[in-house]
Write a protein that binds this ligand. Structure first.
Ligand code: ZN
Ligand code: ZN
Length: 368
């Protein structure tokens, strides 16, 4: 057994706290990774707070994991000790169903094993997994990603979820040169979507509720912005876009965005896993043969592809590095939709914080 430390929560309303636990030793096809960084995804907040009503506790989030290979099983050929590697949203799947055979492990018919909270389709106490808000993880080699050398380990994490979640639908719907693409929301996902769609050759418009984010959007590569709360501005842009990616992370009304699409335009929802607040107004869809679609993260091969794409196009997520004791504050800021970058936890800080706590305990001091 490997002794590990992480940050976990025991209930929907509790904050995340230091948590000691054990991981299994690596099997012959597994890789043990010393985690150096982990991005904070909006899903981490949803899951820790049981907003999807399927959280298994203790819940230790984290699926934008970067680290160094510490130990490998005897059958592992692809990695060696010292390699900088990543682990994204999945750590296993059935390998047999049609989705898995097509490299679409995220749609595994049996449900993929998520990096935290267990089986995607049926999480239980028995299959619960503990994620990357920890100093160590053991993962089978074919779910471990190679981090390209020109991407700094402190920047790479957000590509593993925010990157692939936006890259996958952009690629699926063949976004490229000459396309006018709208990105709704400029948070962790949205800001990656702007950079990736821009690198694919599209003309990008950011649709946001916050006027303050307009300049950031342009700095990230967008050509235009639309303030969604401004009815006149929305009206002026009707039927102007070929493709829209909605990254809004809560239940919302999608109808105002569908009218921005041209005839045969497509809107894909990636941020929200819950019923919309208003029914789809088909009168706005059918009259212009518009399509509403959805997309969930990306497969393992596709995750490697987006890492290599970001490496080639020099795309770097906008990140802010924090120590572990700031996780709960970061959760609140993400929940309020205030940030247009990704928080990344410096996992080295977990050891310092843990030692401080242990020392305080030994000295009989109370820590808070
Ligand atoms: Zn995520
Ligand atoms: Zn499968």
């Amino acid at each position: 057994m490997i002794n590990a430390i992480g940050y976990a929560t025991k209930s929907a309303h509790a904050s995340l706290k230091p948590y000691e636990f054990t991981r299994e030793e690596p099997a012959i096809n597994e890789v043990q990774i010393a985690i150096s960084h982990c991005g904070i995804c909006h899903s981490d907040v949803h899951q820790a707070r049981n907003e999807w009503k399927n959280t298994v506790y203790p819940c230790m989030p984290g699926h934008e994991i970067i680290g160094t290979v510490e130990r490998i099983g005897s059958n592992v050929m692809k990695f060696k000790v010292g390699d900088v590697v990543g682990v994204g949203c999945m750590v296993d799947s059935c390998h047999k169903c049609s989705a898995c055979k097509e490299g679409l492990e995220q749609y595994c018919e049996k449900g993929f094993l998520a990096t935290y909270n267990g089986n995607m389709r049926n999480p239980t106490k028995e299959n619960n997994t503990l994620g990357g808000y920890s100093n160590s993880i053991v993962v089978r080699d074919d779910f471990v990603l190679t981090i390209p050398q020109n991407i700094d380990p402190s920047d790479a994490g957000p590509i593993l979820c925010a990157g692939v979640t936006t890259y996958s639908p952009l690629k699926h719907w063949k976004v490229g040169k000459g396309h006018k693409v709208g990105i709704v929301g400029l948070g962790g996902l949205g800001h990656m979507a702007v950079k990736i769609a821009n690198a694919m050759g599209a003309e990008v418009t950011v649709i946001t509720t916050s006027a303050e984010k307009r300049e950031d959007a342009l700095a990230m590569g967008a050509k235009h912005t639309i303030l969604s709360s401004d009815d006149a501005e929305m009206k002026r842009n009707e039927s102007s876009l070929d493709f829209i990616l909605s990254t809004i992370p809560q239940p919302h009304d999608v109808n105002p965005y569908t009218t921005l699409l041209k005839r045969d335009g497509v809107i894909t929802i990636v941020g929200c896993i819950a019923p919309l607040t208003k029914p789809i107004d088909l009168s706005k869809m059918i009259t212009d043969r518009r399509t509403l679609s959805t997309s969930l993260i990306g497969g393992i091969a596709e995750t490697q592809e987006v890492l290599d794409f970001c490496s080639k196009h020099k795309i770097v997520p906008n990140t802010k590095i924090i120590t572990v004791d700031r996780i709960n504050d970061a959760f609140d800021e993400i929940d309020r939709g205030e940030i247009d970058f990704r928080y990344v936890i410096d996992m080295a800080s977990i050891k310092d914080k843990h030692e401080e706590k242990t020392l305080a305990g030994k000295l009989g001091l109370t820590s808070h």
